[in-house]
Design a protein around this ligand. Structure first.
Ligand code: FAD
Length: 372
């Protein structure tokens, strides 16, 4: 999911998270202790408004927020949504302590936990980061958002994951949320009894068609090749469906419409001068996921996949900037790994701030409670 128009589903999710009070009722004494720590930490820091800004509100960002807030840091989380990629699945079976849990439920729990310990949530898109030159003695950063707001901070955790890759054809940007979608689970129900095209690569393309065929009146599967590509079982299943048609040797040239998508223009890959128009109500794009790290590429080192390179402390090449989750060069992209990295990044950022203040770092979260 990306861009301005993410469909009504996302708006509904945002509203839900904005208005919902924490569902858990933790011990008031614990909260008081953290609130006290937090105000002490803020007042000892007269230069900056925030200690930590986290960008991204999913497994990595929410876990980082929980850990940072628990350390009594003034923590702000800036995000486009709550849940990220995990919202796209209703069936997570490999997150420790849960034999089965839906992505939405898992993310709601994480969000609640972070909120309880004092994280402030801001629903915006982070667009740029600049070093704060006003601060002579301590380094700091200014985070800018899509609505031109600015937030000042001493440390940053980049946890903005991966976003669906664009198809990159004319019409796509303008019709995002007006017929162009990147999430069949989220937006499929909006296209009940409508005619749809699915375009993209690999098994995710077939899975999208499989899901949409139960809702749409017609699903056209656009394939560049002259035979279907992907899991044989799924292909057989789709080929036996009356409302599914494969269109071979074709690529999308353009997405057309006025206020919403009306059709797509296809090019024949065997005869490039041959074009045809397919009348549809929506296009589902399945082109995989990419790390959209353009806005930080001048600050932190990236690998050849545009992922942020981090060390074992989740520190980037820039002092004061940490990163966690799918957006990093961590080899396995999983919710539990993102969560673990988020926690590491938060503890490392805490130690970075302690050092700035001339205070001793911690080695682990519970160390202060051990008395010798
Ligand atoms: C269909 C599907 C099924 C999956 N199934 C499983 C599974 O069963 N088990 C498992 O462990 N993992 C699964 N995964 C992978 C798992 O969802 C990811 O590894 C995990 O979500 C990564 O978390 P993250 O926090 O690093 O990033 P993401 O989930 O990508 O979240 C990034 C967050 O950053 C926000 N954001 C992005 N850009 C900006 C910006 N510029 N400014 C502000 N906010 C921004 C987004 O809105 C989002 O909240 C699945 C993924 C998919 C797509």
């Amino acid at each position: 999911m990306d861009g301005q128009g993410q469909g009504r589903q996302k708006v509904r999710l945002l509203d839900y998270f904005r208005i919902r009070p924490p569902a858990v009722n933790p011990d008031r004494a614990i909260i008081n202790r953290f609130e006290q720590n937090r105000s002490m930490s803020s007042s000892s820091n007269s230069l900056e408004k925030n200690d930590i800004i986290i960008i991204g509100g999913a497994s990595a960002g929410l876990s980082a927020a929980l850990y940072a807030s628990r350390q009594g840091l003034k923590t702000v989380l800036i995000t486009k949504d709550i849940g990220g990629q995990a919202l796209l699945t209703d069936n997570i079976e490999n997150y420790p302590a849960f034999e089965h849990i839906g992505g939405f439920e898992l993310m709601s729990r994480l969000e609640r936990q972070a909120r309880v310990f004092g994280t402030e949530f801001i629903y915006e898109e982070g667009t740029s980061i600049v070093e704060d030159s006003d601060h002579q003695h301590t380094k700091g950063f200014i985070m800018k958002t899509s609505t031109n707001k600015e937030y000042s901070t001493l440390a940053i955790i980049l946890a903005f994951g991966k976003t669906p890759r664009d198809l990159d054809v004319p019409g796509e940007q303008g019709f995002k949320g007006k017929g162009v979608s990147y999430c069949a689970v989220c937006d499929g129900p909006l296209f009940k009894h409508k005619s749809l095209a699915v375009v993209g690569i690999g098994d995710p393309l077939l899975d999208t068609a499989l899901l949409l065929k139960g809702m749409a009146s017609k699903v056209y599967l656009i394939q560049r090749t002259n035979t279907p590509v992907g899991a044989k079982d799924t292909i057989r299943l789709l080929q036996n469906e009356k409302n599914v048609s494969f269109i071979y040797n074709s690529v999308v040239k353009r997405i057309n419409g006025t206020s919403k998508v009306d059709s797509i223009t296809l090019i024949d890959t065997k005869n490039k001068s041959k074009e045809s128009e397919l009348v549809i109500d929506g296009v589902f794009v399945e082109m995989g996921y990419i790390a959209k790290t353009d806005f930080v590429k001048n600050l932190v080192q990236l690998n050849s996949n545009n992922e942020i390179i981090v060390d074992k402390y989740c520190a980037t090449s820039k002092h004061g900037i940490f990163a966690a989750g799918d957006v990093t060069d961590v080899p396995y992209k999983q919710a539990v790994i993102s969560a673990a990295q988020g926690s590491i990044a938060a503890l490392s950022a805490y130690n970075y701030l302690q050092k700035l203040k001339g205070k001793p770092p911690i080695k682990s979260d519970w160390r202060t409670t051990i008395k010798k």
